[in-house]
Design a protein around this ligand. Sequence first.
Ligand code: SF4
Length: 376
Amino acid sequence: MIPDNNTSTLPGLYIHVPFCVTKCPYCNFYSVTDRSAIPSWINALRREMNWYKGEFEHFDTVYLGGGTPSVLSPNELAAVLDGAYEAFTISGDCEVTIEANPGDIDEDFLSVLRDTPVNRVNLGVQSFDDTVLAYLGRRHDSEDCRTSINLLRNSGYDNIGLDLIYAVPGQSMKSWKVTLEEALRWKPEHLSCYELTLETGTPMGRRFADGDVELPGEDERYDFFMTTSERLEKDGYIHYEVSNFARREMFRSRHNMKYWNHVTYLGLGPSAHSFSGNRRWWNHASLERYISDLEQNRRPVEETEILTDRDLRLERVFLGLRTIEGISSSDPVLLEPPGSDILRQCLADGLLERRAGRIVPTRRGLALADQLAVLL
Ligand code: SF4
């Protein structure tokens, strides 16, 4: 029985689909644009599933992320999901999510999707402002977003998430508010609002490092965050994690909450991360290496990390303080410095507050959660 806030302690399954039609210049996720290797990737993926049979038996979330899972053909999508359902026990009430690019949603795609167990679609809208979409190098425009949402709704999808990005260079608050208002008009069950961050390994990140791109300053980014949180909460959305909002408790992302709640998850595909108990491991961020390892009956694992009790405790605090559940008031981190000093100061500064035996972040605290992680 899944509780009201859609959390669970069963493991989650993540499948990384490492293909995109084009690369967005700000993106740091592993993917390739040559899709000729999709059949070999599917074979490798099915082998990898077999590796974990027995070790991981039962999942109650499946998340197809990427990359762009919606570039898969109907048969390819079916082969991936069939593989997962054959290899593992998957709950009848499993949350099965697919990330989709707005331009890929059409009648053909939906006619196939309806026959799969997918019951949640996360649409990479990013913005309803075409200038922002063009700056981000997206291959869809705002009209594609509207068409996709309409098609999904008309197909009966009643659990849709929209991903949006703010603090894009040159983006005004007015443009962001227009995007937020349009997003709200569609009444999505879930909204993820991410601040644009630029990694040095990306084309836009390199331009940023060279001084050719300027990101909004700290105050402006804070304003974007606070405006977003206040506006979405005004419409009844629950701001349950730094970047995530649910229209009702039951629409929280059950899968993503496993990451924040330290629940076990298995990640399959190149670059995918997994976590179990005190162990974290991740696959090679190379499609070639991933396929060749599995063809030669080797696990495609790049590295494994064993977390000490202290690592786990600090992670639990850091992750907990990114969610509205916060941490228990009796968490050991509160007893000894430096954690106790930092948290006491955050309480005094109004970044955290005590509520029902827990210490939870305020809206300002959520805005500064990344900085808190560095201090802890
Ligand atoms: S942002 Fe999404 S669509 Fe763009 S390159 Fe990254 S994974 Fe692909």
